[in-house]
Design a protein around this ligand. Structure first.
Ligand code: SF4
Length: 423
């Protein structure tokens, strides 16, 4: 994840300690027009206002390498929608062999003891899991910091109240545009209205809620609509996802943005983030699944504000080669207990929690892919191998290289920097 609010505007977001080390209030974010805005300290407080549940924010580890992974648990593959870019290729049916409640409880006890910083409940649609609230409550009782990634369509007022009572730190709801654009992506008419109702129910009960938007050529034009939606609904956080060619998303590779379109998207996202800051609107803006964004933001700031560019560089350096943290700062446990370097690496399984605890699987460095991801820089080839920015970007998303070239150490096809910029 690249936190645009922090890296571009110097404001502290909710999980910055995990991403960029101990966060001090950075430089102020006055616009070029010299708007007054808030002091940096006030902005830090403003951004943090959304943290209602789940206790204090995460503590900074001594270094990026010392951190334990955020675990994405695919609770069930079942889903009531049929999104074109679904990485788990989910349908609305039962999938055999998913973890039983007892097995899930044992897994939760293990990851809690291992002291992971957060557990992200995902799917499929996690709210379709018949014991969702029981397992979420159990996890919370073990002290786990909980977040959920959902399509939002099943969140009525009672469900929103239960989510808030359970103590989720954050609920992320996916949108791919407004109205019919969203519904075409999500494979169901009415999905947009249902998800928007979910957002409103969560807001009404005081639950921190964010929006997730996957960038493709099919919805690139909808960016401004999404900005407007976030502001209109008072949403606390928005994540712009780059496309990963995994699951049904692998069929969409030709719909990925061109290099120029990606740069344009980043420019629009940065400009909007600055405008939010100038108006003292507390929204965390993040991009996900393309770590070139951090370098791009730095290069952009170098032109616009060299003093803040240095702070941004420092934050990126703290994150080091783990800028993409598959196999380091993020892990996935699938619905049947398989452990993967992240949720997009379903083609590579490190072990199964039915046979060995997650904590053992994760700390066993014998797997060549896992070991490679943890020491990836010397393995990178081609454009990434010779790139001056590889220590900051980590070669971006290795699973995309695997999907495009059949080689996890080949260049990431979604890198949009010019030859001049990487030389
Ligand atoms: S060439 Fe590779 S290492 Fe360099 S910025 Fe692009 S993705 Fe990152």
């Amino acid at each position: 994840m690249i936190d645009v609010t922090t890296l571009y505007c110097g404001l502290a977001g909710g999980s910055d300690a995990l991403r960029y080390g101990p966060v001090t209030p950075l430089l102020s974010c006055e616009s070029k027009k010299g708007g007054p805005g808030l002091s940096s300290g006030n902005r830090v407080r403003a951004i943090s206002q959304g943290r209602r549940n789940g206790g204090a924010g995460p503590q900074a580890p001594a270094s990026a390498r010392a951190r334990k992974p955020i675990v994405v648990w695919t609770m069930s593959r079942r889903c009531n929608l049929h999104c074109v870019h679904c990485y788990s290729d989910s349908d609305n049916r039962e999938y055999p062999g998913e973890l039983t409640v007892d097995e899930a409880r044992r897994m939760l006890e293990d990851v809690a003891q291992f002291q992971i910083p957060a557990l992200l409940l995902s799917g499929g649609e996690p709210l379709l899991h018949p014991r969702f609230f029981e397992l979420a409550g159990y996890a919370r009782g073990l002290g786990l910091r909980l977040t959920i990634s959902t399509n939002g369509t099943l969140i009525d007022r009672p469900a929103a109240e239960r989510i808030a009572r359970t103590g989720f730190s954050y609920v992320g709801i996916s949108f791919d545009g407004l109205g019919k654009i969203n519904d075409r992506f999500r494979g169901r008419s009415g999905a947009f209205e249902a998800a928007l109702a979910g957002v409103r129910h969560l807001k009404a009960v005081g639950q921190k809620v964010g929006l997730r938007f996957t960038l493709t050529r099919r919805n690139f034009e909808a960016l401004e609509d999404i900005f407007a939606l976030v502001e209109q609904e008072g949403i606390n956080r928005v994540c712009f996802y780059h496309l990963v060619y995994s699951g049904r998303g692998s069929r969409l590779a030709e719909d990925d943005l061109s290099r120029q379109e990606t740069r344009e998207a980043l420019d629009r996202i940065c400009a909007w983030t600055r405008a939010l800051a100038d108006r003292s609107l507390p929204v965390e803006v993040l991009t996900v699944d393309n770590h070139v964004d951090g370098v791009y933001v730095y290069l952009k700031l170098k032109q616009e504000d060299p003093r803040r560019a240095l702070e941004t560089l420092r934050a990126l350096e703290w994150n080091g080669g783990g800028a993409n943290s598959s196999g380091i700062g993020i892990a996935n446990i699938d619905a049947a207990g398989g452990v993967h370097p992240d949720q997009f690496w379903q083609t590579h399984t490190l072990g199964n929690v039915r046979e060995r605890p997650f904590s053992e699987i994760w700390t066993d460095n014998d797997d060549p892919i896992l070991a490679g991801l943890r020491d990836r820089l010397p393995r990178l080839t081609g454009r990434c191998g010779s790139c001056r920015w590889k220590p900051l970007c980590g070669g971006s998303f290795r699973v995309r290289a695997l999907q495009a070239h059949g080689d996890p150490w080949a260049p990431d096809p979604a890198c949009y920097l010019t030859e001049g910029e990487i030389a």
